[in-house]
Structure formats: C-alpha cells, structure tokens
Design a protein around this ligand. Sequence first.
Ligand SMILES: C[S@@+](CC[C@H](N)C(=O)[O-])C[C@H]1O[C@@H](n2cnc3c(N)ncnc32)[C@H](O)[C@@H]1O
Length: 192
Amino acid sequence: MFKFFACWLVWGLGFCTSIVHSAAQVQEPRVPYVPTPQDVVEKMLQMARVTSSDYLIDLGSGDGRIVVTAAKKHGTRGFGVDINPTRIDEAVANAQKSGVTDKVAFYQRDLFQTDLSQATVISMYLLPRVNLELRPKLLDLKPGTRIVSHDFSMEEWKPDVHAQVYSREKYNGQGGDSDVFFWVVPAKVAGV
Ligand SMILES: C[S@@+](CC[C@H](N)C(=O)[O-])C[C@H]1O[C@@H](n2cnc3c(N)ncnc32)[C@H](O)[C@@H]1O
C-alpha cells in the first residue's frame, strides 16, 4: 500500500514538475504584432532626432522596420528584439533587402531580459501596461537617452513632446491617428 502511494506521489511530482518546466520554456508574447505604419516610423525617428552617431534599440521589433529605416535613412546602428522567431526572420530579410546588415541586428529575446545600456535611443510600440512595467528600467538608463513610443504613454512620466499623426495605413488601411510620445531620460538629482 505504502509502495503504491509512494509511486503515485513520485509520478505526480514528476508530472507537475514537467508542466512547470515546459510552461517556463514557452515565452508568450506580451503584445500582439501590429506594425507601425511607415509614415509614423518616419515621424518617430524625426522626433527622436536619430543620427549616424546614435545606437537605437527597438523593443518588440516586429519586421524590423524602425531599426532598418533608421539605418537606411540616417545611418543609425542598432538592434531589435522580438520574442517571435518569425518576426526575427522577417526583420533579417528586411535588413538584407535594404543593405543595412552591417549596421543592424535582430535577436529573438524577451524585451524584459534585454540589456539596454548601449542605447542612445529606444523605440517601442507595446501596450500601456508593458510601458509602465518598463518605466523603472527606462528611467534608470543613461541621462539623455531618448525614448519614443507609438500610441502609448507612460502615465505620470509626462512626455517632453507629444504629436499626433494621421496615417492612411493605420487600422489595417482604414486610416486613423497615431500618437507619438517622446521623452529624454532625466539626470538623477537628490538631496537638499
Ligand atoms: C505592436 S508590435 C510592434 C512591432 C514594431 N516595433 C513596429 O512598431 O512595427 C509588438 C511586437 O512585440 C513583440 N513582443 C511581444 N512581447 C514581447 C516580449 N516579451 N519580448 C520581445 N518582443 C515581444 C511581438 O512579437 C510584436 O512583434
């Protein structure tokens, strides 16, 4: 009887461990894939004033259009991260087609596990709650780092610039407004 119970317990524990293990390995996207319309990409890069001296990181880079456009039009170096391997394949193909593989790279990675310290500019098109979760990490970046976000703000961290741009590509070609928010990471000041 005891042996039967022990076997059952061992099997049960093994089963539970394997469920937890495979759940830990599956990385679920926190944000669905919706590409930024190309004219909004241009507006984001213009607001962030990207140049060839910048290093741009796009968090959740989709087909890589923000990083690739910055490299092609402004000579900006940088990388994109996306959790979805299909998006990474598309972004790499996009970089090859645009002839910017010497300037950009794309990694399949969770954006929350990404080292952002190299960035002078961060771009993102995520979701309000994801922006808020990222906010402490962004505020911890080098003072002067520029951040540009499509459509979503960071609540109490008010943007330095907020613009609205109409795009015919928005909402699957139905057309609509995009919000673009821009922040500069402030210096840390404390004391009396
Ligand atoms: C709204 S799309 C934006 C794509 C691109 N940045 C653009 O503006 O065209 C968000 C992207 O984030 C990716 N994503 C979602 N959760 C992620 C995570 N935890 N880490 C990295 N990428 C993620 C999705 O796969 C998707 O491609």
